[in-house]
Design a binder for this molecule. Structure first.
Ligand code: DAH
Length: 345
């Protein structure tokens, strides 16, 4: 009896294994056929003692029922499987079955960041106006960031440009003016016309209008007899081309150690015709950039004769200008890499 019971357990184990590997027909033959394992086990009952017959009979019938049930489940599964479309596991996506998935992939292909696109448009305008382009640095030294721009050590105006420093005293530039001295030397002697795009950094408590990392474009123009009206005309021409509209402009006083006089360039709000809206803070005017006539000390530091030559310079935030043009209300969106935002441009 012990042997025969063990035999029933073995049959069940081997059937469970075969269920995965053999076809329905093979299983039927191996277990329920004329010489099948379950059939043989059923016949074995004649050799079991009268006392153990009921018990053995019950067990062998349970096994037979188990095998039959699993077999009919398998037939059902096989039918469902053959009625399903075949999957090609070598296809990169399920493109044969689901063309819409492929179309979705195509529409998701990458694109340039809106800031990059705006930066390219802006640089194209300056280039067409005759300006050279030189990229600014993302790490610089105290001399270029401050001293060469007429901020000696301890100058209180350094506080307006609070930024990050490395342990060995290098500076993450807080403005693209950090390139002025290099550009004046590189493109001198005058005439010099160059724009200096670059990434800038400030130690800011960030909010909708302030980021710790942003972009500026510096401009420098130096020649004989350059005047403030040349500066106003140049900046106005650029802004009208970029914003694609005529503008009312004015300058108002400001303070920078590296210009004399120092100005802020202001435009009449093109969105509300200066009647007041959220873009201009309901004032009708938008402050766009700092600018002015280059301070003689800055020219001298770059070995340019400030008696013979004069020039103007400006620096504006690309993020801010692009936000005005594209109607973006929070500067932080530009650095978040959120696809829902980026896909709108
Ligand atoms: N660097 C100044 C800033 O970020 C902006 C600026 C003002 C740049 C006057 C200039 C300039 O070139 O002449 O606040």
């Amino acid at each position: 009896m012990e042997y025969t019971q063990k035999n029933l357990a073995n049959i069940q184990t081997s059937f469970s294994k075969d269920l995965k590997d053999l076809s329905h027909e093979q299983l039927k033959e191996k277990y329920l056929g004329k010489k099948g394992l379950v059939t043989e086990a059923l016949k074995e009952i004649v050799n079991v003692s009268a006392k153990e017959k009921p018990m053995y009979g019950k067990e062998v019938n349970t096994l037979k029922a188990f095998v039959e049930e699993k077999l009919s489940e398998k037939v059902q599964q096989d039918r469902e499987y053959t009625s399903k479309p075949k999957i090609d596991p070598t296809a990169p996506f399920d493109i044969n079955e689901k063309p819409h998935l492929y179309n979705q992939m195509l529409s998701l292909k990458g694109s340039k960041h809106p800031l990059t696109k705006e930066m390219e448009k802006i640089l194209r305008i300056f280039s067409s106006m005759g300006f050279d382009i030189l990229e600014s640095r993302q790490i610089d030294d105290d001399y270029h960031m401050f001293q060469s721009l007429n901020f000696p050590k301890g100058h209180p105006a350094r506080d307006m440009y609070d930024t990050f420093r490395t342990e060995d005293g290098l500076v993450l530039p807080a403005h693209t003016s950090t390139m002025q001295n290099r550009a004046l030397k590189k493109f001198g002697p005058p005439p010099i016309a160059v724009v200096l795009p670059g990434r800038c950094f400030r130690n800011e408590a960030t909010d909708a209008g302030h980021e710790h990392t942003f972009h500026q474009i510096e401009g420098i123009y130096v020649d004989k007899n350059v005047s403030l009206s040349n500066m106003i005309a140049t900046i106005k021409t650029f802004l009208e081309r970029y914003l694609e509209t005529d503008l009312k402009v004015k300058i108002q006083p400001a303070y920078f150690p590296f210009t004399e006089p120092d100005c802020e360039f202001v435009i009449g709000c093109p969105f509300c015709n200066m009647t007041g809206c959220s873009t201009c803070g309901h004032s009708g005017w938008i402050e766009i950039m700092g600018c002015g006539m280059i301070h003689p000390n800055v020219l001298k530091e770059a070995a340019i004769d400030s008696q013979m030559y004069s020039g103007f310079a400006w620096g504006f935030g690309v993020d801010r200008l692009a936000m005005i043009k594209l109607g973006i209300e929070d500067i932080r969106h530009l650095r978040e890499s959120n696809l829902n935002f980026l896909q709108q441009f």
